[in-house]
Ligand binder design. Structure first.
Ligand code: FES
Length: 155
């Protein structure tokens, strides 16, 4: 499979801003993940072919950053910060509450495929710890009850 035509057009336009096509890799990984839901080995190969790189080079970048999903995931992704500030302010209780409310195990997906729950390192919102990112939106100053309420309100 090759990259989707709309992505090729988007990436071609984006690449005009850089001296080398490979400079768009991280942006391209985000967009490819948006379109396909996760970054399968095939997706990484498709992007590598487009960028004129070896698949292992693209995998090396995609596997380094936690925001890239290298496994299938649920319709919604809850990324709970468990770094020091959040941990000291109850991140483990937030993890337990979110897993209970979603039915997903930590680093897994709920049986209905609706939620994937994972932990991440500091998301830069320490002043309002504990926090999680739900589909790219930060939720801060969480309590277990507030965390449950947020995930249960997701359609
Ligand atoms: S430690 Fe959680 S946002 Fe920084």
């Amino acid at each position: 499979m090759a990259l989707e035509a709309n992505l090729v057009a988007e990436f071609d336009q984006l690449a005009k801003n850089y001296p080398e096509k490979r400079a768009i890799m991280m942006l391209a990984l985000h967009r490819l993940q948006d379109v396909r839901g996760w970054l399968s080995p095939e997706a990484l190969e498709d992007l590598a072919a487009y960028l004129g790189m070896e698949p292992v080079e693209v995998f090396g970048v995609a596997s380094f950053y936690p925001m890239y999903r290298l496994r299938p995931c649920g319709q919604h992704v809850v990324s709970i910060c468990h770094n020091i500030s959040c941990d000291l302010r109850g991140a483990q209780d937030i993890v337990a509450a979110v897993c209970e409310a979603t039915g997903a195990p930590l680093h897994g997906t709920s049986p209905d495929g609706k939620f994937t729950v994972t932990t991440v390192e500091c998301a830069g919102a320490c002043a309002n710890a504990p926090m999680f990112d739900l589909d790219g939106v930060y939720h801060e100053d969480l309590t277990p009850e507030k965390a449950k309420q947020i995930v249960r309100s997701v359609k």
